[in-house]
Design a protein around this ligand. Structure first.
Ligand code: NAP
Length: 306
């Protein structure tokens, strides 16, 4: 039986792995389908302490993983499908059917990109519709792309895409951005960006080759229009990865894991850290911080209960 299983290999899970590793608990980290978490999908991280010149997201993940391995953390790829409690231990069932028993569990499964929920986005996924400019931006050299959203992610994606695309048009459903001032300033200063206010993408238009445009609906007048583009990037926030929690772990109305201020969930011995339990801050540094807290709580729990 494992001492502690950490679900998720983003910055929260990796920090929990460093701490539980240093506590000689030999943690097992299960990295999900987006191994390394959201940081691997981003470019420069400018606000993580200790990197005055900034650091690339994938680099930050990879050096943190090395740090965890140095203290004995072990890694396995798998998708948590179910969590069961059994006496004073837990069983994590993976998508492959493999079952792993543990004395304590730290859930750090993060959050994944939100989709609009319209049929045409799935139809053209990988054929012009993407949630990751870092992954797919390269294919839009000299082209026109639409970015949907009005938060920091939308600004970041739009600015990044101007490295390749000729024109980047942000479509936002209100007349005010949610993004921080610094991100907005960069966006508005960029000569290759433009913004369309009060519009929702109601359909993605395409042909056999892929995306050719979007159908927009004005959120004030209801008027429907069309705009041509070669790609659509969705940057409309994230949904927490908590499907496997079933009715074992208490979730809030948006699906985030409910924790107290010490990362405890409703089940003693199960802790949660990072974006899976944080709809408010969602920053790399706060995710890392809560990963540290969860690890220290797990260590204390094991000392008292096993
Ligand atoms: P967010 O702040 O939740 O913004 C999501 C945006 O998408 C909002 O503007 C929202 O519109 C819009 N939206 C949501 N659902 C929509 C739908 N169905 N149709 C159309 N638009 C929709 O998410 P985020 O931008 O991903 O940022 C998440 C967190 O990460 C934030 O705390 C942010 O500060 C942080 N972050 C920081 C950086 C950075 O500092 N470099 C970069 C990226 C993200 P409304 O405004 O109308 O709700």
């Amino acid at each position: 039986m494992e001492n502690v299983v950490i679900l998720g290999s983003g910055i929260a899970g990796l920090t929990a792995a460093i701490y539980t590793g240093r506590a000689h608990l030999s943690p097992l980290v299960i990295g999900g389908p987006e191994e390394g978490g959201q940081l691997t999908l981003t470019t420069e991280v400018e606000n993580f302490p200790g990197f005055p010149e900034g650091v690339q997201g994938p680099e930050l993940t990879s050096i943190t993983r090395k740090q965890a391995e140095r203290f004995g953390a072990r890694f396995k790829v798998g998708l948590a499908a179910k969590l069961e409690t059994k006496g004073n231990s837990f069983t994590v069932e993976l998508g492959s059917g493999e079952r792993i028993e543990a004395k304590a569990v730290i859930i750090a499964t993060g959050a994944s990109a939100r989709w609009l929920g319209i049929p045409s986005e799935k139809k053209y996924k990988g054929k012009g519709v993407s949630t990751c400019s870092t992954c797919d931006g390269f294919f839009y050299k000299g082209k026109k792309v639409v970015v949907v959203g009005g938060g920091d992610s939308a600004m970041e994606e739009a600015n990044f895409l101007t490295k390749f695309a000729e024109k980047v048009v942000v479509v936002h459903r209100r007349d005010e951005l949610r993004a921080s001032k610094i991100m907005q300033d960069r966006f508005f200063k960029n000569p290759k960006t433009d913004i369309v206010w009060n519009k929702e993408v109601v359909e993605i238009l395409g042909d056999e080759q892929g995306v050719i445009g979007v159908k927009l609906k004005d959120t004030v007048t209801g008027e429907v229009s069309e705009a041509g583009c070669d790609g659509v990037f969705l940057a409309i926030g994230h949904v927490p990865n908590t499907k496997f929690c079933g009715d074992v772990i208490d979730l809030d109305e948006k699906g985030y894991i409910k924790t107290d201020r010490h990362t405890n969930t409703n089940i003693s011995g199960v802790f949660a850290a990072g974006d899976v339990q944080d709809a408010r801050y969602r920053q790399a540094v706060t995710a890392a911080g809560s990963g540290c807290q969860a690890a220290m709580e797990a260590e204390k729990f094991l000392a008292h209960n096993h």
